[in-house]
Design a protein around this ligand. Structure first.
Ligand SMILES: Nc1nc2c(c(=O)[nH]1)N[C@H]1C(S)=C(S)[C@@H](COP(=O)(O)O)O[C@H]1N2
Ligand SMILES: [Mo]
Length: 354
């Protein structure tokens, strides 16, 4: 009787959260991790302000993981008493998880913008990728026991409390960043910091994965164009006569963005769109390529200059793509071929592979 009364006096919040058994903590953490990873990958693809909510969701999901740390550490402490195979792998997992969070929050606030010559965003992504096989192993090896009550009302309420807490923590952090005027307050919706706008020399030359800046001989270079009218080749001087200007923002997934004044030929003036065309393939001298939906044709520019000068070799000389509202990896450098194709735009790896 006395027990029930005291239990009744405990707040609903503490009943919901404090008594969560380890199984529920583990499930909540797995859900938060999967959401953080999914929204993180999606944020890498976000290039237009329409996707700003995804980046925000990534911050909230990451902070939900942070919120669950006290509960998880209880589970971990209980587990550490039992010597088990794979304990070191589990600790490695915990280490990478903490590093991912520290790098993520560090980059968001602006505390860790550069570590060992690489951006905090780069480290955040690298740690997160290292985490993936460890989490998969952990789930397979340790298992997540399921019961029918897992989707009970109480479990949903618990999920609601964790989500509300994470949103609150996000708002608090965002508020602190602004009040303390931390560098993080000057980020774009993608999380990137402005670097070298209108100063092309200050724009960081960036390689997606493994490309090498090629030596392109301007005289010998040709742009191959292929559409319903067949295939033809343009020289650099033929291309350079089709001048148009476009101010656009290059936003790299390694966490910087740069506004520049680009000059070159609108793609729509180079190719003729036919009724069967579904995508535009843009190919580089290096073998790097991406495929755009045909609807993008009217927004793309093949730039031969930036800031009133020809492109520098590391920025794509003699011609590079300018793809407004798309992240940097779409901005193919050292372009040598543009093809309209009937192939659907999704027929490509989710991210470039070279
Ligand atoms: N051929 C080729 N084009 C490329 C890349 C690459 O690795 N190879 N990197 C892309 C990435 S990830 C970015 S952010 C921009 C960087 O452009 P910049 O080097 O002019 O700053 O180029 C894009 N174009
Ligand atoms: Mo990039």
């Amino acid at each position: 009787m006395r027990h029930r009364r005291s239990d009744g006096r405990r707040s609903w919040l503490s009943r919901t959260l404090l008594r969560s058994p380890g199984r529920q903590t583990n499930q909540a953490l797995l859900v938060a991790l999967v959401l953080a990873f999914g929204t993180g990958v999606a944020t890498i693809a976000v290039g237009s302000p329409n996707g700003a909510l995804i980046a925000l969701g990534h911050g909230v999901a990451g902070l939900a993981v942070v919120l669950l740390i006290p509960w998880k550490s209880r589970v971990v402490r209980a587990g550490l008493h039992r010597p088990r195979f794979g304990r070191w792998l589990s600790l490695l997992l915990a280490g990478f998880a903490v590093l991912t969070l520290v790098a993520g929050v560090g980059y968001a606030t602006g505390t860790f913008r550069n570590v060992a010559g690489l951006t905090g965003m780069w480290w955040h992504i690298a740690f997160a990728l290292a985490l993936v096989p460890l989490v998969l192993w952990h789930v397979v090896a340790r298992g997540v026991e399921r019961r029918r009550t897992d989707l009970s009302r109480r479990a949903l309420m618990r999920a609601g409390v964790v989500s509300a807490g994470a949103i609150g923590l996000y708002a608090t952090l965002a508020g602190l960043i602004n009040v303390l005027a931390l560098p993080g307050s000057r980020r774009r919706f993608t999380g990137s910091y402005e670097t070298g706008s209108f100063t092309p020399e200050a724009m960081p030359p960036t390689i997606w994965l493994a490309d090498v800046v090629p030596v392109v001989d301007a005289e010998g270079w040709r742009l191959t164009i292929s559409d319903g009218n067949g295939t033809r080749k343009l020289t650099l001087s033929e291309l350079s006569t089709r001048g148009a200007r476009l101010q656009a923002t290059l936003d790299c997934t390694s966490g910087w963005y740069s506004q520049q004044e680009w000059a070159g030929a609108p793609l729509a003036t180079l190719v003729q769109r036919g009724p069967e065309d579904r995508s535009v393939l843009v190919h580089s001298v290096t073998g790097y390529w991406v495929r755009f939906p045909i609807a993008d044709l009217d927004h793309l520019l093949l730039a031969t200059g930036v800031g009133g000068l020809p492109l520098a070799p590391e920025h794509g000389f003699p011609a590079r793509l300018v793809a407004p509202n798309r992240r940097g990896y779409w901005w193919v450098k050292w372009v040598d071929r543009i093809e309209l194709q009937g192939t659907p735009p999704w027929w490509q790896p989710p991210f470039p592979v070279s």
